[in-house]
Design a protein around this ligand. Sequence first.
Ligand code: KG4
Ligand code: ZN
Length: 341
Amino acid sequence: MIIWSVETSCDETALAVVEASGGLKNPKFAVLESVVSSQIAVHRPFGGVVPNLAKREHLKNLPLLLEKLSAKGLDIRKADLLAVTIGPGLEPALWTGVNFAKELAKKYKKPLLGVNHLEGHIFSFLLSSGARRAKPSEVFPAAALLVSGGHTLILKMKSLTEWKRMGETRDDAVGEAYDKVARLLDFPYPGGPEIEKAAGAGSASVFFPRPMLDQKNYDFSFSGLKTAVLYYLRDHPAKTEKERNDVAASFQEAAVEVLVKKTVRAAADAEAKSIILSGGVAANKRLRAELKKAARKEKIKFFAPEMRFNTDNAAMIGVAAYIAKLRGKKRRISAQANLII
Ligand code: KG4
Ligand code: ZN
C-alpha cells in the first residue's frame, strides 16, 4: 500500500511517500521519499515557535514540497491512502496541513485518514534497520519512551495496537527543558541540538538535582531541573564558553540519568523485551547511547528510529496511518469533519 502523508503540527512542514506491507503481524515500511522544510530561521529571532508565522510558512511550503515530490518522479495518483496529522499541535499550523490534505483527497479522489502526532512518533521506531530485522515477538511487550518538545511519557506496549501510559511529565517536556536551558545560556532556538553540542565540549562538573528519580512511579518533572539551572546561573553567571559548556553538560547528565533510570525500571516492571525511544529528543546521541547501554545490560533489545525520523517528519505519519488503518480506526476526515485533537 502506498501512503502519502502530511505533517504540519509545529514548525516543520513535511510530506512523505511510504510503501507499507505485511499487515499488523509483521509490518514493514519503505520510505520512498521524505521531505521536510524547516522553519528554524523564521522562528529563531523570536526564541520559539510563533503559531501564525508557522501557519504562513506551511501555506507557502506545502505546494513547494508537493512539486518536489513530483519532480522526483512520484505520482500521487498511485497513492492508496492519504494521511495527515490532526493533533496534538499548534492549531493554526495543523489546519493548514488538514486543509491541504483534504484538497488533495478531493482532487485525486483518495481516502484521507487523520493521524495522531504522538502515534507517529511512537511508531517511528519501525523506520530503523533494527526494527526491520526484528520479529514482533522480539519487540513486545515493550517500554516506550517518547521525548519531544511537547511530551515526555512512558508507555507499556503489549503490541502495536495495545498500550497504556505508565507515566509522564508533570510539568515541562524534556525537549522544552532543553530549549529553556539553552535560552538561559544564550544559545539560539531550538536549544536541544545546541545544548548537545555544548555538552560534548564540556564536563558535567555541576551537580543538578534528578527530580523524582527516587519516586516509585514513572512520572517526570523537568521544570524543577530547569529552575535549578536558573538559580545556579544567578549565583554563578557563566561568563566563558567553558562555563557554559559545563552547565550544558551538567544539565544534560541530570536529564539523561532520570530518563534512562526510570525507563529501565518501567521496562523491568512491564517485563519488556525491548525499550523503544522516539521523539525529537531521541536525536540526542548521549540519551540514545545511554539508553542502549542500559538495555544491553538488562539483556533486552533497543529500538530507535533512523536519525532523520526523530524530529518531526511525515514518514512517521505514514507509518502510523498504516497501523491505524489496519486497526480500523475511524479517523477518516470527511469534507465537513472537524479537527480531532
Ligand atoms: O518531536 P519534535 O521534533 O517536535 C515535537 O513534537 O515537539 O521535538 C522537538 C524537540 C525540541 O524541544 C528540540 O530542542 C528537541 O526536540 N531536540 C533535541 C535534539 N534535537 C531536537 N533535544 C536534545 N538533543 C537533540 N539533539
Ligand atoms: Zn513531534
